[in-house]
Design a protein around this ligand. Structure first.
Ligand SMILES: Nc1ncnc2c1ncn2[C@@H]1O[C@H](COP(=O)(O)OP(=O)(O)O)[C@@H](O)[C@H]1O
Ligand SMILES: Cc1ncc(COP(=O)(O)OP(=O)(O)O)c(N)n1
Length: 519
């Protein structure tokens, strides 16, 4: 096989495909904050900042500001029921974020109504006490709240709330908090987000504990602790954002990576708001700015920034580091190549689709030649490496999910979105190839390196040129796209970047390889 031809690679966003939502319809069920930092007001901003359509049913009216809670008025629960049914009788709800519930009667009302939310993603933020120390949940309602947890897909307690849900002392270390998260996930079957905000230290990690096939999968997402006292409403905003983003990603880890990055920006810009004299709110719309920088900055700049965490994660994968130092086991590389062949067959169709939608002849030719090259590489892989095999490989789960995502983008029919979806396959390969190649040459570039050809392929100037051209076409498409398509482009790029990460990870994961029956 000539791996050199692999350099010719020329490449979730499902949100405008029928049945999958571009603008998730998200209902917040929570209390109010007239200063706009927490509760329903924060939820609506958070949902909007993530491109969702926010709706709200009020549980309690809270007279509070950045310094504390003054009083709480809870309307009769029958009125909450009327609000909830007014929404569900009319609107398809994609996600529900539940915040302050206040008392047992309110919890019961929400519990009885929940089946009417259909298949909505349910995120429960078990609000108990505000930063100011004021209680937002009656002590005698704690049991009812505990019983609500199994009905949610995700529960997002802070450290003291986690302790109450388990009836245990408050964790004082991150390790203890994680153990508590595991106990809660095991007892309820619900995904638990353990949050590090209350633990101090220079970092501020969060971790997902996901029950899966009788085990618990813990995924930590780190982040710096932002030095600000303006953290009012972080918990509300985080859970509302996760509910919104999850409708698009269907993957809690991915949702958390995206939302945590946004939350860091919201905290970094919080002091600019100058709202109140106590613990002020975070800046939900920090990424938009007065001059609408989200729309005026080039696509490539925004997309690269948006996927910084995915790139960092790719760089630390065992597959990538051992590919770079030449120690990658041959069977793992073989699995990777087989999946690549399967991927390229469909990727070429998507490039052909980009060609058919392209607005200029130059773009039409560029994508068509990319499609042709992919088919040639794919058939070469079959002629050489895959020929004579008794069992032909099947698409592994990652390959299938990635391809489904690309085909969905292709079916969507928007040229800018298709271009954004195919771009990470160029750009991330050029990035990884260049990085590994630079490390290799810095170390003396011995020809005995098992994967020298792979690195040379993706560090080749011709591949860099094709990548630059693809980026330029994506920027041009973004400049002429509607606001809707611009958001869709960023979402499509982010999803593909995520799948690239998973694709690089899959060959080292036996569970995934076994399900693809190869090698
Ligand atoms: N100073 C900070 N810097 C960065 N992230 C923070 C900071 N404070 C809280 N967070 C993040 O905000 C979210 C809410 O965390 P936490 O404060 O633990 O919960 P709550 O707001 O519900 O009390 C988490 O993602 C946490 O990591
Ligand atoms: C109406 C209402 N709901 C929730 C809270 C607590 O919000 P949270 O996000 O936990 O933020 P802080 O406690 O950090 O302010 C609230 N204050 N009001």
């Amino acid at each position: 096989m000539s791996i050199r031809t692999l350099m010719q690679h020329t490449v979730d966003f499902q949100s405008t495909v029928p049945g999958v939502r571009t603008v998730p319809r998200v209902l917040s069920i929570a209390g109010t904050d007239p200063t706009g930092g927490a509760g329903i007001q924060a939820d609506l901003k958070s949902i909007g900042a993530h491109g969702g359509y926010g709706m709200a049913a009020v549980t309690s009216l809270v007279a509070q500001n950045t310094r504390g809670v003054r009083s709480v008025h809870t309307p009769p629960s029958s009125f909450l029921r009327e609000q909830l049914t007014a929404v569900s009788d009319d609107v398809v709800i994609d996600a529900v974020k539940i915040g302050m519930l206040g008392d047992t009667q309110t919890i019961q009302t929400v519990r009885e109504w929940l089946p009417q939310a259909g298949g909505a993603v349910v995120v429960l933020d078990p609000v108990m006490v505000a930063t100011s120390g004021d209680r937002l949940l009656a002590t005698d309602a704690e049991d009812a709240l505990r019983a609500l947890v199994p009905l949610a897909a995700l529960v997002t307690p802070n450290v003291p709330e986690l302790a109450v849900l388990l009836n245990e002392p408050v964790a004082t270390t991150w390790e203890d908090a994680l153990e508590q998260g595991k106990r809660l996930a095991a007892a309820t079957g619900t995904v638990v987000l353990v949050k590090g905000g209350h633990l101090g230290g220079t970092g501020c990690p969060d971790a997902l504990v996901e029950p899966s096939d009788g085990t618990l999968v813990v995924t930590e997402v780190g982040g710096p602790r932002v030095a600000t006292r303006n953290t009012h409403g972080t918990g509300c905003s985080l859970s509302a954002a996760l509910a919104t983003v999850q409708v698009r990603t269907h993957n809690w880890h991915r949702s958390l990576v995206l939302v945590k990055d946004w939350l860091r920006g919201a905290l970094e810009h919080a002091d600019e708001l100058e709202v109140g004299q106590g613990n002020g709110p975070i800046h939900h719309f920090h990424a938009m700015g007065i001059s609408d920088t989200a729309n005026s900055r080039p696509f490539s700049e925004q997309a690269w920034e948006l996927t910084a965490q995915h790139r960092a994660a790719i760089g630390t994968l065992g597959f990538v580091t051992s590919l770079g130092d030449g120690t990658l086991p041959a069977d793992q590389f073989a699995y990777y190549l087989a999946q690549d062949a399967l991927y390229l067959r469909d990727y070429s169709r998507v490039l052909a689709r980009a060609s058919s939608l392209a607005p200029t002849e130059a773009e039409q030719l560029f994508w068509a030649s990319g499609a042709k090259n992919c088919l040639e590489v794919e058939s070469e892989l079959h002629r050489t490496w895959l020929s004579g095999r008794e069992t032909m490989p099947e698409q592994g789960p990652v390959t299938k999910a990635y391809v489904d995502h690309l085909l969905a983008a292709s079916a969507n029919g928007s040229y800018p979105v298709v271009v954004a979806a195919v771009l990470p396959c160029y750009w991330l390969y050029a990035h990884v190839g260049n990085t590994l190649h630079a490390q290799w040459t810095a170390a003396g570039a011995g020809r005995e390196h098992a994967y020298a050809t792979w690195m040379e392929t993706y560090a080749d100037p011709a591949f860099a040129e094709a990548t630059s051209q693809a980026i330029a076409y994506a920027d041009a498409a973004f400049a002429g796209a509607s606001g809707h398509d611009r958001r869709a482009m960023l979402a499509a790029f982010e999803a593909s970047a995520w799948y690239e990460h998973e694709f690089f990870d899959a060959p080292t994961r036996l569970d995934l390889r076994e399900s693809a029956k190869l090698p």
